[in-house]
Design a protein around this ligand. Sequence first.
Ligand code: 6PG
Length: 239
Amino acid sequence: MLIFDREDQMLKFMMEQWEDISKEGIGRRGCFTVGLSGGKTPIVFYQKLAEWDRKSSWERTQVFLVDERFVPPDDHDSNYKMLKETLFVKIPIPQENIHPIPTGKGSLEGSAREYEGEVRRFFKVSKGQYPAFDFILLGIGEDGHTASLFPGSKVLSESNHLTAAVVLDKTRHDRITLTLPVINHAEHVIFFVRGKNKAPVLKKIIGGDDASLPASMVQPRSGNLLFVIDREASSELSG
Ligand code: 6PG
């Protein structure tokens, strides 16, 4: 776990992680595979990333989305729209290296299966196997959710599928998410968390007080897990 007092230092560290992990992935497999989350917190990081003008590295970077709201890609609440505007339009990444979650038409379940097919095809994994992303970037919600894995959801025990449809109450958009085993097969997982409102839940997750919280269930089998957090989010941690 790393706690930062200053945003610029936090972002510098994230950029160093990105550089190192991408170099590792490109060296090992010829490409860097990454899963990016939505939410507000990572926007500053995506803005910073947009300044990374390594054409040859972007050409070898494959970007997947960790989760998505079941809305058209130009909807205000779409993670793809946020990523497109903050990052994709600003970097020299080939369009075919971007793997959005297909939404906006058809059924929620159909979208989840279509995205699963895309992940399977890209990573060449058959049933019973999981892809090993080089890097998955996650956030944490105040209720302990991460990706679109919510507390108490039956999707938390999904082990046959790489992606799942998440039906939420009427006040929220339904979603599609990568499943827990996919996250836990990644080489590097980073939780990027900022703000005082996240302090109580971080205390529960890091203190091990509630193992049933989705973010607590992120435990990579052999990969690295890192919490990159700001001072405010760390304010209820002891020691
Ligand atoms: C999303 C996410 C979600 C997010 C958390 C934290 O699409 O919203 O993937 O899991 O990371 O809700 O969101 P904030 O960064 O906005 O607090």
